[in-house]
Structure formats: C-alpha cells, structure tokens
Design a protein around this ligand. Structure first.
Ligand code: IPM
Ligand code: MG
Length: 347
C-alpha cells in the first residue's frame, strides 16, 4: 500500500520523520512511501503550495500522512498562494469531508492539562468536524462600500446534503463509542445553523439508539472547559470545529498530542496532527512527534485495515509517557528524536 508523505513546513518534517521510523518498525515492507512538497516549501520550490504532482500523488496513494503547513514569511502572498491553501485544497479536491479529532487524556498527562486533573481525567471525546464547506469555502473577497470604506466578506453556507453526510458520520461514530451525539451550532443567530440543526434532527430518525443533543457553540466552548466528561461525540461545522478542537486539545494535555483523520465517503484519508507548523520552534528538536505518530496509528486503523498495528503504536506511546518522557510542550526536556526513540523502544 502506498503512503503519500507530505511533511510540509516548520516542524512538519521533524514530526513526520519520527512517525516514519515508527511505521517502518511496525509495518515494514507492507507500506511503501512517496514524498512530495506541500505548503510554503512547495511554494518556494515550485510557485504553488499544492503543486499538481503533489495532488496527483495524494490521489494515487492509499492514504496521506501530512505534517503541517504555514510560514509567517508567506503572510503577504495572495490568499490562493498561501501555505494553508494546500490543506484546504487537499480536503476539497479529494472530498475529505469528515475530520475526526479524538481528544482523550493519557492518565500520565493529567498535570499537563490546563484543567484541574480531576476535571481533565474525564475527557474522552471525538470531534467530528465537517471540512468541505462552511465559511471556509464560501464566496470571499475585499470590496469597497458606497462610502469608500474597505470591507472584507466571507459567505457562510451549508446545503442539506453536506449536513446529511457529516451528520451520518457523527451518528455512526457515536454508535461505535458511547452512544451520545452533541450537535454544535449557532442556530439562535445563523440561518446556516438553523438548517444544520433541522437536518441533524431529520437524520436522527435513522439513529433512535443514539442520544442526540444540541448546543450553541458559545455554550459548548464553556462546557468543554467546565465539564468535558459530558461529551462523547460532537458533530459540528468547519469553523466551529476548528476552534473547539484546539480548545479540546489543551484540555487533554497539549496540542502536541492530538491526532486527526480526515476521511472521504470510502474511508480514504488524510492523517495529520491538529497542531500547526510552529515556526518558532522549527529545526530545534523541540517538537512533540506524538500527535503525528498517533495520526499514523489512525491511518492504519481507518484506511489500511491494520487495527492490530495501530493498537501496538498507541500502546507504545502510552508506555513512552508512562516511562516519563516529556517534550517541552508537556513541561519536559525530551527532544523530538528522543521521543521517537522512546516509542520505538516501547514497541
Ligand atoms: C486545522 C488548521 C487549518 C484549518 C488551517 C491550517 C487552514 O487550523 O486543520 O485545524 O483551519 O482547518
Ligand atoms: Mg485549526
């Protein structure tokens, strides 16, 4: 099976390197790899953040393992040339619409959570975030108002088919876990959200075994900090899911710990840590590779049918933490490579 390796920018190459070492140890020759440029690295070399060779490779591959994109040096570029467009383009071009972001606290990391340990320990949830629509992909631009003032605009919209398919992923995810689904929206203000809520309720007719609730996004942000243990699966739109998943990551210890999968309708997927390129620490061996290593485990489980191998990797990560290894984001001094070594040793 062919894996597209897209390391990207900043700490991306460092964390992908460690994930690759772990995959080699666990899967050996069962996987082959092709690497391609993406993000600012691709822009500098080829003038575009998602060159056609990279997109072709992503389409050909059985799964994609992605590091991170983003570079402050590109902030002045036209939007379609900025590194972030690479990940948005991959999600859109490959119809990767279902972004699964599990947040679970490793017991050893209770002290690293921004929450009190007794609150943090209860976190075990999955955010199912839609990633093909919403304000991310609506019409956008800059214009001048009649009185000569600059105005920026981004149109938020969902059509009902988009909501149906992500709602189904939410319900199915809940069915495979604790049987509870919380749909997050802003239906008290936004028409987009009213449609979202109406459609989620319609889809729920097929899932009478799932306990469905609804929450406004502001309340959800508050409840995630107050009592994260109340959530099992959260299903939400692109923008709200982006924000809530960063928040959930800090509740679960560190943004350096959280993996993600973004799947199409056939479970082909792109796997990436939820963190960004962290240019401030790039190249210093400080990055935590565990989110990427855990993303590679998700890849084995969801796209490649290698659940036993995924379990082995997750157990090795837990063992490395239990043995006391901590990168800087977790308050320790373990380097990126030494954390990779610790996972390999635990395998
Ligand atoms: C994420 C990131 C991306 C997003 C950026 C890099 C475009 O924040 O995957 O959460 O907003 O989706
Ligand atoms: Mg984000």
């Amino acid at each position: 099976m062919l894996i597209a390796l897209l390391p990207g920018d900043g700490i991306g190459p460092e964390v992908i390197r460690e994930a690759r070492r772990v995959l080699d140890a666990v899967c050996g020759d069962a996987l082959s790899y092709e690497e391609a440029l993406v993000g600012a690295a691709a822009y500098r070399a080829e003038g575009h953040p998602l060159p056609s060779a990279t997109l072709d490779l992503a389409k050909r591959a059985d799964a994609i393992l992605f590091g991170a994109v983003g570079d402050p040096g590109c902030d002045g570029l036209a939007r379609h040339l900025r590194p972030e467009q690479a990940i948005l383009g991959l999600r859109k071009e490959l119809s990767l619409f279902a972004n699964l972001r599990p947040a679970k606290l490793f017991p050893e990391l209770a002290d690293a959570s921004a929450l009190r340990p007794e609150v943090a320990r209860a976190i075990d949830l999955v955010i199912v975030r839609e990633t093909n629509g919403d304000v991310y992909f609506g019409e956008k631009g800059m214009r001048t108002t009649p009185n000569g003032r600059r105005q920026g605009y981004d149109v938020m919209s969902y059509d009902e088919d988009e909501v149906v398919r992500i709602a189904r992923v939410g319900f199915e995810t809940a069915r495979a876990r604790g049987g509870k689904l919380c749909s997050v929206d802003k239906a008290n203000v936004l028409e987009t959200s009213q449609l979202w809520r109406d459609v989620v309720i319609e889809v729920s007719a097929d899932y009478s075994d799932i306990a469905l609730s609804h929450m406004y996004v502001d309340n959800a942000a508050m409840q995630l900090v107050r009592n994260p243990g109340q959530f099992d699966v959260i299903v939400t739109g692109n923008l709200f899911g982006d924000i809530l998943s960063d928040q959930a990551s800090m509740c679960a210890g560190s943004i350096g710990m959280l993996p993600s999968a973004t799947l199409d309708a056939a479970n082909k997927g792109l796997y990436e840590p939820i963190h960004g390129s962290a240019p401030d620490i790039a190249g210093q061996g400080k990055a935590n590779p565990l989110a990427t290593i855990l993303s590679s485990a998700m890849m084995l489980r969801y796209s490649l049918g290698m659940a036993a191998e995924a379990d082995r990797i997750e157990a090795a990560v837990a063992a490395a933490l239990a043995a006391g290894h901590r990168t800087a984001d977790l308050g320790g001094g373990t380097s990126t490579g030494a954390m990779g070594d610790a996972v390999l040793a635990a395998l």
